[in-house]
Design a protein. Structure first.
Length: 181
């Protein structure tokens, strides 16, 4: 990691929503970060040839691809890098996979720059986190099952629909309603 007093901290943002990426970039630059941005894994790989980020913010779903691949690539580059995964729909399955692949933290959207910086600063888990969460509704359980299947199929809609035993268009309609991000 670079020394914050000698040069700006380098942050990689991997986000396919151009407006959100631009907003995050400006916000972090105002806080003294130098920011590089990519919309997908291929762009990230190209940027990493000449850059070694200290921090990264990765969207879980990048178009039809999984941001978890980006997490894996970033972790392989630097085991000490602070990586935060953002998602529009947090599920237990993707949170577990993100952490197993090397993410430091997992945040549900909407998250702002303060939330992300706080996640970068966290070193350990919170043993006082409440464990008596709410009961899951049938819709939530269904959605988590769909999301887990999407992760397992690397967000391939046709294959996920086949594994779920539903028509591809039915799955596509369900995803449109939930706006998976």
């Amino acid at each position: 990691m670079s020394d914050a007093t000698s040069e700006p901290r380098l942050l990689a943002i991997v986000e396919d929503d151009e407006a959100f990426a631009r907003t995050l970039k400006r916000s972090f630059e105002r806080r003294g970060y130098r920011v590089i941005a990519a919309a997908n894994h291929e762009e990230l790989t190209t940027l990493l040839k000449d850059n070694h980020p200290d921090f990264a913010v990765v969207d879980l779903k990048l178009g039809g691809a999984s941001g978890l691949t980006c997490v894996q690539t970033l972790r392989a580059l630097d085991e000490e890098m602070k990586i935060v995964v953002l998602t529009g729909f947090a599920s237990i399955a993707t949170a577990v996979e993100a952490i197993k692949l090397g993410a430091s933290y997992y945040l549900a959207k909407p998250s702002n720059t303060d939330d992300i910086e706080a996640a970068f600063a966290r070193e350990e888990g919170d043993p006082d986190a409440p464990v008596d969460g709410r009961q899951s509704s049938i819709k939530t359980v269904e959605w988590e099952h769909i999301h887990q299947t999407l992760v397992e199929t690397d967000f391939n809609i046709s294959e996920a629909a086949r594994r779920l035993g539903m028509h591809r268009r039915t799955l596509a309609r369900k995803l449109e309603k939930r706006q998976l991000r």
